[in-house]
Ligand binder design. Structure first.
Ligand code: ADP
Length: 876
C-alpha cells in the first residue's frame, strides 16, 4: 500500500470497511470510483472508464459522476440491489494540510433508500432482519425507513414460513448474522430476491427506549436490535422518526402462504410480476400515497376478528351510500401530500421549503376531512374523526413562516415571509430602501441631465452603474460621473454615493440569504417535534382513504356486503373480480357456490378452459375481500371467517428450492393438509396431474378422503379424473358440480356455468382443436378415443402409448394389461417403455434396478453372493 499516493491510501482504507458497496469517493465536484468498483460501475452505469496515476507503477482504473447528478446514478445501482457508500470531504480543503479528511456519511442500500426513483409511492420499502433462535423459531422484524414503521414477530415453524413473511412484505434487503444457517440464507436470496447484509450487534441504545419499552420478550428485542443497529451504522444520522415497534402475531390475521398469495395474484400477477392484473390493481382507488401503501398491507393481512371486519364494512357501507360526502372526501384527499414519508424526510433533514409549503397545504385540508367523516353518522367514523389532530399549531407555524411559492434551493433566500423574523425584516428594509433610493436616483439624474434613456443597472461583476447610450454622451458634461466600463453602444458610470448604497444593499442581501437559511433550518428542527403527531395523523388519513376506496369500488362494480356464518358458504352470482373487470362485465357468467348442511367438499369436473380454476379463485378472492372489509363481487354472500387459505393451482415454478413441479405440487398439498383446520379454505386444482394417471388418481382420491374424514376444511377440488365423481356415493360431505359445455356443430362451446352433478365428457380433443393442432392429429385422436370408449375406459396410460402404435396393438396391450394383475396401481410409467417393460411386475423392476446399479468391480465375492441371495429372496 505504501507505494500508493496518500489519497489512494486513504481511499483503500475506507474501501476496506465497505467491501460490499460501491464507494462514491468525493473529489471536488465529482464522486470518483477506483479499481474494481470503477470497472464494474462503468459497465453498470454506462459511463466512461478512465485511469489515473496513483503512485504505483500501474495506472488505476477510475470513473466518476458529477456530484450534482449523482442521485440518478445512485438510484440505478440501488435499484439493481447494490449498496452505495457516500464518502464526503469532512473538512475544508483550503484549511487542510495534506490529504483532506474524508468519511462515509451514509450507506444507501436497497432497504434504506429515502427518496429517488427506486421508491414507488404506493409501496412500502421494507428492510427486514431475521434471527434464528434454536431449530424452528425465528425472529423477524421489519422497518420502512421512509415512513418510520417498525414491526416485529416471532415465527415458530419452518423456514418457508419465514420466507413467506418476508416475501409478502416485499422486502428488498434482509439483515442477518454471519452465523445464520446457510440454507436459510440461500432461501432468502432465492425466495425473496433480497440483498443480504450482516449485523452482529443487537443491543438497543437507550435513546430508542421509547419505541421498544413495551416489547416484553428478549427475542423481540434481539431481533429488532439487529435491524436498528444496522440502520444506525448505515445511516449515521437522526432516526427521530422511527415509530413505536409493533409486535404482531401471524395468527392475528388470515394466513395465506407464499404459494397461495402468488397463485391468487393478490398483489402481483404470476406472469409479469407486475401490479397490473392483480387484486391490488383492481381495488386501488386510493387517492393518497399513504392510503395506497395501507391498502397493500391490508390485502396481505386479511382480518379474522369479526368485530374489526364489521367495523370496516360498516364504514364502507356508510361511505358507499353517501355519494356526495364520499366525492367530497376524495376531492379533499387529492390535496393531501404523503405526510408519512415527509415526516421521515424531516427527520433526515432532507426537506426543502417547497415540501414544507406542501405540508402546510395538506394540513389545511385536515379540518375538512374531519368534518366530513364526523358527519357521516357512523360510530366508527365518528371515533376516527375524534382521533384526528389537525396540528393547527404546526399549520400556524408554517403559515406564518414559509412563503407561498418558495424556490427549490434552501440556500438562495426568498423562502421566509415578511413579519416572521425581526432581524430579517430589518435587513429587508435596508435592502428595499436602498433599492428605492436607487430608483429615485435614476429619476433625479434623468431630470438633471435631460437624458431620458439614462438608466441604472446592476450586474454581478461591476455592481450598480449608470448607463448612458453613446448617442447621448454629448449631453453629459465631462466629469459628471466616474467612468467605469465602455460598451460598443454605451458607457457605464458610477458615483461615490451609488457605491456606498450598493455596499449597504449587498451586505443586507448577503445577510438576508444567510439568515433565511438559518431560520429555515430552525423551522425544520421545530417540525421534527411534530413527527409523532404527523405519523398518527397519517395513519388515520390512510385508513379513511382505504375505506373510501372500498366504498368507491363496491359501488362502481356493484359489489354486495357479505354476511358471516359459523360454517356455511353461500355465494349467489359470484364473479371473479379481476377477470370480470378485464373481460367486460356483460360477458362474465356469474356463478353460485353453496356449501351447506355439512357439505364442505365440492368436486368440480368439466372440460379444460371451461372456467374451473377461475371459479375456485373467485371463491377465495371473495373470502379475502370480505375479510379485508370490502364488499364482494356477488349479489349475496354468506361466508365463514376463514383462518387460512390454501391453494394448489396450476404449475407454479418453485423459486425457493428448485424442486420439480410435481414435488412442488405435493409440498403445497402437504402444507394444506398439515395446517388446515375446519375454518380453512382449500383450493386444489387438478391435484395429481403431474404424475402418471393411476398414481395421480390414487393420490387425488386419497387426498379427498383425507380432507373429508379428518379436516373438514371447506374445499374446492377440481379434477379431470371422471372416475372420482363416483366418490359422491361414499363420501357424505362431498358434492359433485361441473362446468357445463355444449357441443354445437361438432364444436365445443363453454358456457362457464357451474351446475350440480358430474360432467359427462372431457372435451379434451375439442380443446386441442381450439388450440389448432393439425386436423389429421385431431382425427386420429377421435379414432383412438372411440376405440377406447368401446372397451375398458380406465387405463388411460394406454393413450400415452397409443400415439406411436397401431390400433390393434392398443387393444392388444390393453388385453395384456388386464391379464397382468400384478401391475401396481402406483407404478410410474413414462410412456417410453417397451411393451415388455409395461408388463413387468413392480418387484421384477426393482430387481432389474438393483442388478443394473451393482458395481461388480468394487465387490468382493462374498458381497456378490450376499447380493445374489437378497435378489433371489425378493423374487421368491
Ligand atoms: P379451467 O380451469 O377449466 O381450465 P379457466 O378457469 O382457466 O379454465 O378459464 C379459462 C378461461 O375461461 C378464462 O381465462 C376466462 O377467460 C374464461 N372464463 C372462466 N370463467 C368464466 C366465466 N364465469 N365467465 C366468462 N368467462 C369465463
Amino acid at each position: 500500500m505504501a507505494e500508493y499516493t496518500p489519497m489512494i491510501q486513504q481511499y483503500l482504507k475506507i474501501k476496506a470497511e465497505y467491501k460490499d458497496a460501491f464507494l462514491f469517493f468525493r473529489l471536488g465536484d465529482f464522486y470518483e470510483m477506483f479499481f474494481d468498483d470503477a470497472v464494474k460501475a462503468s459497465r453498470e452505469l454506462e459511463i466512461t472508464l478512465t485511469s489515473r496515476e496513483g503512485g504505483s507503477s500501474e495506472r488505476i482504473p477510475m470513473c466518476g459522476v458529477p456530484h450534482h447528478s449523482a442521485r440518478n446514478y445512485i438510484d440505478q445501482l440501488v435499484q439493481r440491489g447494490y449498496k452505495v457508500a457516500i464518502c464526503e470531504q469532512t473538512e475544508d480543503p483550503k484549511a487542510s494540510k495534506g490529504v483532506v479528511r474524508r468519511e462515509v456519511v451514509q450507506l444507501i442500500t436497497p432497504g434504506t433508500v429515502m427518496d429517488g426513483k427506486g421508491l414507488d409511492e404506493k409501496e412500502n420499502n421494507f428492510l427486514a432482519s431475521v434471527t434464528q433462535f434454536g431449530q424452528d423459531a425465528f425472529g423477524v422484524s421489519f422497518n420502512d425507513l421512509t415512513t418510520g414503521e417498525n414491526r416485529v414477530t416471532v415465527i415458530t415453524g419452518n423456514k418457508n414460513d419465514v420466507i413467506n413473511e418476508l416475501y409478502s412484505n416485499g422486502v428488498k434487503e434482509v439483515v442477518i448474522s454471519e452465523t445464520l444457517d446457510e440454507e436459510m440464507r440461500r432461501s432468502i436470496i432465492e425466495g425473496c430476491h433480497a440483498t443480504i447484509s450482516f449485523e452482529e450487534e443487537t443491543t438497543i441504545d437507550d435513546g430508542f427506549f421509547n419505541i421498544v419499552d413495551h416489547l416484553n420478550h428478549e427475542k423481540l428485542l434481539v431481533t429488532f436490535g439487529r435491524l436498528l443497529n444496522y440502520l444506525q451504522k448505515t445511516q449515521k444520522r437522526s432516526l427521530h422518526h422511527l415509530q413505536s415497534v409493533h409486535h404482531y402475531y401471524a395468527h392475528q390475521f388470515m394466513r395465506i402462504d407464499l404459494y397461495s398469495k402468488r397463485n391468487l395474484e393478490l398483489t402481483e400477477t404470476i406472469r409479469s410480476k407486475g401490479k397490473k392484473g392483480s387484486l391490488l390493481w383492481l381495488l386501488d382507488q386510493t387517492i393518497t400515497a399513504m392510503g395506497g401503501r395501507l391498502l397493500k398491507q391490508w390485502i396481505d393481512r386479511p382480518l379474522i376478528s369479526h368485530d374489526e371486519i364489521q367495523q370496516r364494512l360498516n364504514m364502507v357501507e356508510t361511505l358507499r351510500s353517501q355519494y356526495f360526502e364520499r366525492h367530497e372526501l376524495r376531492e379533499i384527499l387529492k390535496e393531501v401530500y404523503d405526510l408519512e414519508r415527509l415526516a421521515g424526510r424531516v427527520a433526515f433533514g432532507n426537506v426543502n421549503a417547497r415540501d414544507l409549503m406542501q405540508l402546510r397545504k395538506s394540513l389545511e385540508q385536515i379540518p375538512a376531512v374531519k368534518k366530513v367523516i364526523s358527519e357521516l353518522g357512523n360510530a366508527y367514523a365518528t371515533n376516527l374523526a375524534n382521533k384526528i389532530d389537525s396540528l393547527d399549531d404546526l399549520t400556524q407555524l408554517l403559515n406564518s413562516s414559509i412563503k407561498e411559492n418558495p424556490p427549490l434551493s434552501i440556500k438562495d433566500g426568498d423562502i421566509i415571509k415578511d413579519g416572521f423574523n425581526e432581524t430579517l425584516d430589518l435587513y429587508r428594509d435596508a435592502s428595499r430602501n436602498g433599492k428605492t433610493w436607487i430608483a429615485n436616483l435614476e429619476r433625479q439624474e434623468r431630470e438633471k441631465t435631460g437624458i431620458k434613456s439614462l438608466k441604472i443597472g446592476y450586474n454581478k461583476i461591476f455592481g450598480y452603474y449608470i448607463e448612458i447610450t453613446r448617442a447621448n454622451l454629448i449631453h453629459l458634461p465631462e466629469g459628471t460621473y466616474e467612468r467605469k466600463q465602455t460598451l460598443s453602444n454605451a458607457e457605464r458610470f458610477v458615483t461615490p454615493e451609488l457605491k456606498e448604497k450598493e455596499t449597504l444593499i449587498l451586505e443586507a442581501e448577503e445577510k438576508i440569504v444567510q439568515l433565511e437559511y438559518e431560520i429555515f433550518v430552525d423551522i425544520r428542527e421545530q417540525v421534527k417535534e411534530y413527527i409523532p403527531r404527523l405519523q398518527s395523523l397519517s395513519k388515520i388519513i390512510s385508513e379513511v382513504d382505504v375505506l373510501q376506496c372500498f366504498a368507491t369500488i363496491s359501488e362502481e362494480r356493484h359489489y354486495c356486503r357479505p354476511t358471516f356464518s359459523e360454517n356455511e358458504i353461500f355465494i349467489k352470482d359470484g364473479r371473479h373480480p379481476v377477470v370480470e373487470k378485464v373481460m367486460n362485465s356483460q360477458e362474465y357468467v356469474p356463478n353460485d357456490c353453496s356449501m351447506r348442511d355439512g357439505r364442505h367438499l365440492l368436486l368440480i369436473t368439466g372440460p379444460n378452459m371451461s372456467g374451473k380454476s377461475t371459479y375456485m379463485r373467485q371463491v377465495a378472492l371473495t373470502a379475502i375481500l370480505a375479510q379485508i372489509g370490502c364488499f364482494v363481487p356477488a349479489t349475496e354472500a354468506v361466508l365463514p371467517v376463514f383462518d387460512q387459505v390454501f391453494t394448489r393451482i396450476g404449475a407454479a415454478d418453485d423459486l425457493i428450492s428448485g424442486q420439480s413441479t410435481f414435488m412442488v405440487e405435493m409440498l403445497e398439498a402437504r402444507n394444506a393438509i398439515v395446517h388446515a383446520t375446519q375454518k380453512s379454505l382449500i383450493l386444489f386444482d387438478e391435484i395429481g396431474r403431474g404424475t402418471s394417471t393411476y398414481d395421480g388418481m390414487a393420490l387425488a382420491q386419497a387426498i379427498i378422503e383425507y380432507i373429508h374424514d379428518n379436516l373438514g376444511a371447506k374445499t374446492l377440488f377440481s379434477t379431470h379424473y371422471h372416475e372420482l365423481t363416483e366418490l359422491e356415493q361414499s363420501l357424505s360431505q362431498l358434492k359433485n358440480i361441473h362446468v357445463s359445455a355444449i357441443e354445437e356443430q361438432g364444436k365445443v362451446v363453454f358456457l362457464h356455468k357451474i351446475n350440480e352433478g358430474a360432467a359427462d365428457k372431457s372435451y379434451g380433443i375439442h380443446v386441442a382443436e381450439l388450440a389448432e393442432l393439425p386436423p389429421s392429429l385431431i382425427n386420429r385422436a377421435r379414432e383412438i378415443l372411440e376405440q377406447l370408449e368401446q372397451g375398458d375406459k380406465k387405463p388411460t396410460v394406454i393413450i400415452e402409448k397409443a400415439q406411436n402404435s397401431s390400433p390393434s396393438s392398443v387393444t392388444q396391450v390393453k388385453e395384456e394389461i388386464k391379464e397382468e394383475s400384478q401391475l401396481s396401481f402406483f407404478e410410474q410409467t413414462t410412456g417410453n417403455e417397451t411393451k415388455e417393460e409395461v408388463l413387468l411386475t413392480k418387484r421384477e423392476k426393482q430387481v432389474m434396478q438393483i442388478v443394473k446399479s451393482l458395481n461388480l468391480l468394487d465387490m468382493t465375492p462374498l458381497e456378490a453372493m450376499n447380493k445374489l441371495y437378497e435378489i433371489q429372496k425378493k423374487l421368491k
